[in-house]
Design a protein around this ligand. Structure first.
Ligand code: IDP
Ligand code: MG
Length: 148
């Protein structure tokens, strides 16, 4: 079953949107297998956003991600990466459609509340950055037959 890393970035925590956002992922049918509150270090933020190094917004992005607590989540399910990206909406909050997290709550490009892995390969790398293996829980969901 596919896994994806979802981060509720510091603006989501500061704006008290954590419960609402997690609820959307739960209701969609993804299974929660990892959850923690993290104050990201500069080193973790650099590793997480290594692909954006050198871009004009890179330093500001690192300051943003290290500015307060982030909720790190691992969700599992059929097509979890695509499902996660669809729930988030496109990067620019002003362009994300209503019904998505960013479309409903964000208007900024940078402060767009959530991160979601963009491929299964990157998901595996990102999950390993934010979680130790033993912090991830495997269990059988009792409603799997209804959702899968
Ligand atoms: P994504 O989060 O939708 O995958 P990416 O292009 O991977 O978008 O960018 C990573 C993060 O960097 C975005 O979520 C956003 O917070 C920030 N970002 C991306 N492009 C810009 C920009 O042009 N200006 C400021 N921040 C940006
Ligand atoms: Mg991205």
């Amino acid at each position: 079953m596919q896994r994806t890393l979802i981060l509720l970035k510091p603006d989501a925590v500061q704006r008290r949107l954590v419960g609402d956002i997690i609820g959307r992922f739960e209701r969609k049918g993804l299974r929660l297998v990892g959850l923690k509150l993290v104050s990201a270090s500069r080193e973790l933020a650099e590793s997480h956003y290594a692909v954006h190094k050198g871009k004009p917004f890179y330093e500001s992005l690192l300051s943003f991600l290290t500015s307060g607590p982030t909720v790190a989540l691992v969700w599992e399910g059929r097509e979890a990466v695509t499902v996660g990206r669809n729930l988030m909406g496109v990067t620019d909050g002003a362009k994300a459609p209503p019904g998505t997290v960013r479309g409903d709550f964000a208007i900024s490009v940078q402060n767009n509340l959530v991160h979601g892995s963009d491929s299964a390969e990157n998901a595996a790398l990102e999950i390993a950055l934010w979680f130790k293996n033993e912090e991830l829980v495997t269990f059988t969901a009792t409603d799997a037959n209804w959702i899968g």
